[in-house]
Design a binder for this molecule. Structure first.
Ligand SMILES: Cc1cc2nc3c(=O)[nH]c(=O)nc-3n(C[C@H](O)[C@H](O)[C@H](O)COP(=O)(O)O)c2cc1C
Length: 216
């Protein structure tokens, strides 16, 4: 049974869900299936929620650039038009993130980390004074009122007895969002998807089944 719809941590009863995907495998993608299932589950609990969609394969985010970083540090000097536009695009990405209470991310493992498209997006979210600040007592996250849900998939199995140290995907996401103050991202994981078709199917079914139990 679903829990009663409850106000989110921000106290609003009609929250925004930001649904982000990064897999390049299209309809075959496991993480896209997982992120879609998470969004559907959240909508079942919070039927008034509004969904914002960001597909990083269709709306790619550029690498961080020297021009933009330099322009931020130059007071009183008007940047070139293309730099102004890049800064505005960065600000819009951050605003979209800040405006959402619930963040759902499809995040496959690529070469032990996250897809570079996802990394480029995350690079726009870690902004001093907006999502974190440094203090004498250490860094303080400023985005702790959000919830993050991650549909994760990887071809291999990563556990303590095998190659956990090679996991720079989930462990990176955990560290990144923890730095922003979101210390409890929830992972729904399909693992060993490259071992074979049966393993892939079971891993997907297992992850989808755990999503049906998700409550806020
Ligand atoms: C470019 C690329 C790199 C990959 N690198 C890894 C890797 O380092 N370790 C791993 O376990 N699986 C790796 N895989 C396998 C994917 O993590 C796996 O197929 C996963 O199911 C992909 O998610 P998706 O189905 O949503 O695309 C890689 C796949 C691709 C396409």
């Amino acid at each position: 049974m679903l829990a009663q719809p409850e106000p989110t941590r921000s106290g609003r009863s009609a929250p925004t869900i930001l649904h982000v995907d990064s897999s390049i495998t299209g309809e075959q993608s496991i993480t896209r299936q997982l992120s879609a299932a998470i969004v559907n589950r959240l909508l079942a609990v919070l039927p008034n929620a509004r969904v914002e969609r960001l597909d990083l394969t269709l709306q790619p985010v550029d690498h961080l650039s020297h021009e933009v970083i330099a322009a931020r540090q130059l007071d009183g000097v008007k940047p070139q038009q293309r730099v102004i536009e890049a800064m505005a695009a960065d600000a819009a990405i951050l605003e979209q993130f800040l405006a959402a209470e619930l963040i759902v991310i499809g995040a496959p493992m690529y070469n032990f980390g996250v897809p570079s498209s996802l990394k480029a997006w995350l690079d726009r979210l870690a902004v001093a004074g907006k999502t974190f600040r440094y203090t004498e007592a250490g860094p303080a996250g400023l985005a702790g009122d959000k919830r993050v849900f991650i549909g994760s998939a990887r071809g291999n199995v990563y556990d303590a007895h095998r190659v956990l140290t090679l996991d720079h995907q989930e462990r990176y996401l955990q560290a990144f969002f923890g730095f922003l103050g979101i210390t409890d991202p929830l992972f729904f994981r399909a693992e060993g998807t490259g071992i074979g078709p049966d393993h892939r199917r079971h891993a997907l079914e297992h992850a989808l089944a755990s999503i049906t139990e998700l409550n806020l």
